[in-house]
Design a protein around this ligand. Structure first.
Ligand code: AMP
Ligand code: ZN
Length: 505
């Protein structure tokens, strides 16, 4: 017995893969139980795609699980509202940078809400330009950065011996001073990277104490994360493409300035593939959240699919996968309805409380194991399968409902798919499509769901209760008309031996 308890306790801690150490490590924040985490957010020059949202949802899951585990979490995400592409596009369209990005920032917030992503503290790069200039001035003072004739500033990689420690690239023997002019550069030529870029004619720039210009992308995140979270904080997240050069450069700038370790745990998500290929506009497999909803897919199915593969494994996004995601979500919602929509005999079946508590433990263990979402989902489905069998056999008692539901709620605190709000979200996207002239793309499925099913779960349950009461009172006129009303709202009602069940078309 003692041995079992000891074993259970030792595994009761979150373990995460840390790109910096290259190992799975037990996660402990620097200060008590306060977690300070930062994620690289979107560059708001276009609508976000499902790859971006794979990463944002993975970090959302981490955030939710940290809180469920009792941590007090401060989660900051930046909005990159200035970069070369944004400045170029704004100049091309003859608008200010702010005017150009406002629309895409709004779209990002809406898409995040569509996918039930909890809102981090958001910071915009353009609101930290002065701090960025000050940061660069200090690096110049220390001899780590230098100014070029045109008024740009570069970081001297050779002055930071730890360069390469995150991406495990070897930069030994590089020459000081050589440089390239872009954020994306080839590693054989990597001697320095841009901190600040001199203004280009006709393009936006900022007046600062280090001269006019615009910040490089990497400096944005160093400055915003340290301003918000302090010079050493717990966790930094982003997609795997950011390991090099973006995060490597963030570490170099920050640690060269402060002499302290920057972020302690580095959390990177694996890139998503679509139908087995890298997503790209030219292959025609590039999807935004809105594209998928226009095709009639529910936000909850998209969220489910994006969480179903652990964040470090390859996720291959397919339309078949999206269909089976929809049926997984429906199974869980139906199970919940079976539990809440029926009357059970008094008493308790101890096997059910046991099943619920084992499930909660399995989910926790799975998520503590480097956020193994697939195992956590498998645990809840095992519970649903066993509990459904017990329901079929009439072995569920009234006191079993609460523990089973609470395991389901615990699951949904992390996965966030049970709230039945797909319909209003889809209706909003249909409205948007009409406003921007994309209504032709709206599939019949979307039009049907968005247009017809206007009843919430609660309203459906209420109508079903009324329908049952009318039927028992042999008032068939009323019960038939309620059934017709539900059917018109896209609700399918099924009579089973333990009561009435429903689902959406
Ligand atoms: P961006 O808007 O391009 O700055 O990217 C925002 C976030 O999405 C970053 O963390 C990227 O690493 C991540 N990201 C971009 N493409 C993908 C993809 N195909 N799969 C997963 N994450 C991605
Ligand atoms: Zn960043």
């Amino acid at each position: 017995m003692e041995v079992r308890i000891a074993a259970a306790n030792s595994s009761m801690a979150l373990h995460l893969y840390n790109t910096l150490s290259g190992k799975i490590e037990e996660f402990h924040p620097l200060r008590d139980n306060q977690v300070r985490m930062y994620a690289c957010g979107p560059t708001v020059y276009d609508y976000g795609h499902i790859g971006n949202f794979r990463t944002f949802i993975a970090v959302d899951l981490l955030y939710r699980f940290l809180r469920q585990s009792g941590f007090d979490v401060r989660y900051v995400m930046n909005i990159t509202d200035v970069d070369d592409k944004i400045i170029r596009n704004a100049a091309r369209d003859g608008v200010t940078v702010q005017q150009y990005t406002a629309k895409y920032e709004q779209a990002f917030l809406e898409d995040s809400a569509t996918l039930n992503i909890e809102r981090p503290s958001l910071v915009r790069a353009t609101e930290y330009i002065r701090e960025m200039a000050e940061f660069i001035a200090k690096l110049v003072e220390k001899g780590i950065a230098y100014r070029t004739e045109d008024g740009s500033y570069y970081f001297r990689i050779a002055k930071f011996p730890g360069y390469g420690k995150l991406s495990k690239k070897d930069f030994a023997g590089m020459e000081d001073g050589a440089r390239v002019d872009v954020d994306e550069y080839d590693k054989d030529n990597a001697r320095g990277f841009a901190l600040w870029k001199a203004p280009k004619p006709g393009e936006a720039s900022w007046e600062t104490p280090i001269g006019p210009g615009r910040p490089g992308w990497h400096i944005e995140c160093s400055v915003m994360s340290m301003k918000q979270l302090g010079s050493s904080f717990d966790l930094h997240a982003g997609g795997e493409d950011l390991i090099f050069p973006h995060h490597e450069n963030e570490i170099a700038q920050s640690e060269a300035l402060t002499g302290e370790p920057f972020a302690r745990y580095w959390f990177h998500t694996r890139f998503l593939l679509v139908e087995g290929e890298k997503m790209s506009k030219s292959l025609g497999n590039f999807y935004t959240i809105r594209d998928l909803v226009l095709k009639g897919h529910k936000p909850s199915s998209i969220r489910w699919l994006l969480t179903s593969v652990p964040y470090r494994n390859q996720l291959n996004f397919t339309f078949d996968g999206l269909k089976s995601a929809a049926s997984s979500v429906e199974k869980l919602r139906n199970f919940r309805f079976r539990l809440t929509g029926a009357q059970f005999p008094a008493g308790a079946n101890p096997a059910m409380a046991q099943l619920a508590s084992e499930t909660a433990e399995r989910m926790k263990a799975a998520l503590e194991d480097d956020l193994n979402t697939a195992q956590a989902q498998a645990a809840i489905f095992d519970m649903v399968r066993k509990a459904n069998a017990a329901l079929d056999a009439g072995e569920v008692r009234s006191e079993d409902v609460r523990p089973l539901l609470s395991a389901l709620e615990k699951f949904d605190e992390i996965f966030g798919v049970l709230k039945d709000d797909d319909q209003p979200k889809m209706a909003a996207i249909l409205d948007w499509a009409r406003a921007v002239g994309r209504e032709k793309e709206a599939s019949p499925e979307l039009i049907e769901i968005a247009g017809s099913a206007q009843l919430s779960d609660d309203q459906v349950n209420q109508k079903l209760t009324e329908m049952e009461a009318a039927r028992k009172a042999r008032n068939f006129k009323v019960s038939d008309s309620l059934r017709a009303e539900l059917s018109a709202a896209g609700i399918i009602v099924e009579n089973t031996k333990d009561g009435v069940r429903w689902r959406r078309k």
